[in-house]
Write a protein that binds this ligand. Structure first.
Ligand SMILES: *[C@@H]1O[C@H](CO)[C@@H](O)[C@H](O)[C@H]1NC(C)=O
Ligand SMILES: *[C@@H]1O[C@H](CO)[C@@H](O)[C@H](O)[C@H]1NC(C)=O
Length: 407
């Protein structure tokens, strides 16, 4: 008996040690986040072990765990109809409310996040989110089940989303789903926010589609890979669940680059001062200029004098605005639709979103930036059973309300 008690105590201490991490005071529901983070860290570790043993790619292991977990989530808003179809060869699921409508409906194209490599758009939280949008907005929602890394790399994810968007915006397809061509939005979270921003830029400048997106909704989007030391990267590099090292890994995987480059890019060695490839791009992500003092706080830019000069030429995607929408020219931004950008204080990507909001505004685009002081990366996926965070529930309600008002 004594032995059992001792063992249980030891196990509890070990578990608490593994789960406990110091978190900022203003973060939403810290203990819940710690448990979530410990679970996620455990799954990533399992993936890494399987990978190093040569059993499977780490990303496939992590994704199987996500699919397994999401499959347990009960389906919500069951009255919403679904249809799994191909849009110009790209897998999508269309959600729509039951029954005939006299008026044409609104539509939202949704692009899920997960570092261009993870996520199950038709299951669990993303399925619930799309059903909720469809029900609350009485809208047609199209979620894009694009192929992911490591099976495909940039620009495939981007191209598939563009293909699906162009298909949706065809007059005959809009008609088939009874959608009003003037009332279509594109929306995405995290890496899906990256793809949504890139697709919005592309459709904005596209000559072949007559219908355009009216709005874009970007939820903590990732928008650039040239500065891994923005104020928010410095402030939140160790805040769950999107650690800086994880974001660097996702980027390199998306761009099909050597994962060993993570250490270099995390210290901005790819954008050292001797990189003249960068001259026109520096102003586009100069957060000392684009962000107000109260956001930047005491943080200083990190630009090594000399770095690793070959990275930018070896990984051209780093300078491609289809991968990094923040690098787009003003003429492209001007053509982009009205924007809603959600950012969280405790997120490495906070400044990506805020810089983009500022640049769009400077280009004359109307922008609403909802910033959550208790927000952390990924919170919008935790607004559904069995994992609720109040900040996630609020954020989902608020962006859907914005869509309802403006779409
Ligand atoms: C649309 O036409 C303009 C003017 O001819 C051109 O500059 C632009 O590149 C075209 N857009 C696309 C996406 O091809
Ligand atoms: C970054 O660049 C410096 C200067 O070239 C070099 O000494 C250092 O090893 C580089 N660090 C990494 C992790 O590549």
């Amino acid at each position: 008996m004594k032995l059992l008690c001792g063992f249980t105590l030891l196990l509890t201490v070990a578990l608490a040690y593994y789960v406990y991490i110091p978190l900022p005071r203003t973060i939403s529901e810290p203990w819940k986040l710690m448990v979530l983070d410990a679970t996620f860290r455990g799954v990533v570790k399992m993936g890494d072990i399987a990978h190093s043993l040569g059993l499977s790619h780490s990303v496939h292991v992590i994704n199987s765990a996500i699919v397994g977990f999401e499959s347990l989530v009960p389906i919500t808003n069951q009255e919403i109809q679904t249809e799994d179809v191909l849009f110009d060869g790209v897998h999508v699921r269309v959600y729509y409310p039951q029954g005939e409508e006299e008026k044409l409906r609104r539509a939202v194209m949704f692009i899920h996040g997960g570092g261009w490599s993870l996520g199950a758009p038709k299951l669990g939280s993303y399925d619930s989110l799309c059903r909720q949008m469809s029900a609350d907005l009485n809208a047609v929602v199209v979620t894009v089940d694009y192929r992911m890394a490591p099976d495909v790399h940039f620009p495939v994810q981007y191209e598939e989303c563009v293909q699906a968007a162009k298909h949706l915006l065809k007059p005959e397809v809009l008609k088939q789903y009874s959608v009003d061509p003037e009332r279509v939005a594109v929306c995405g979270d995290s890496a899906g926010g990256n793809l949504a921003a890139a697709v919005a830029q592309r459709i904005g400048t596209e000559n072949s589609t007559s219908a355009k997106f009216k709005l874009q909704v970007l939820i903590y989007p990732v928008l650039q890979a040239l500065d891994f030391n923005t104020a928010s990267y410095q402030q939140n590099h160790n805040v769950p669940i999107l650690y800086r090292r994880l974001m660097a890994r996702f980027w390199l995987e998306y761009l099909g680059a050597d994962p060993e480059l993570a250490h270099s890019i995390m210290m901005n060695n790819h954008t050292a001062q001797d990189q003249n490839l960068l001259s026109q791009n520096r102003a586009k992500l100069d957060w000392t200029n684009l962000l107000p003092k109260e956001i930047r706080k005491h943080f200083k830019p990190v630009f090594p004098v000399t770095g690793s000069p070959n990275i930018l030429s070896d990984v051209p995607g780093l300078l491609d605005s289809r991968a990094s929408p923040l690098l787009a020219e003003d003429e492209v931004l001007r053509m982009a639709p009205r924007a809603y950008i959600m950012t969280g204080e405790h997120d490495v990507l906070r400044d990506d979103g805020m810089m983009y909001a500022r640049r769009l505004e400077l280009a004359g685009v109307s922008v609403t930036n909802d910033h959550y002081q208790d927000g952390f990366h990924g919170c919008v996926s935790f607004a559904f059973w069995p994992c609720y965070f109040s900040v996630g529930v609020n954020a989902v309600q608020n962006y859907i309300a914005w869509l309802d008002k403006h779409l």
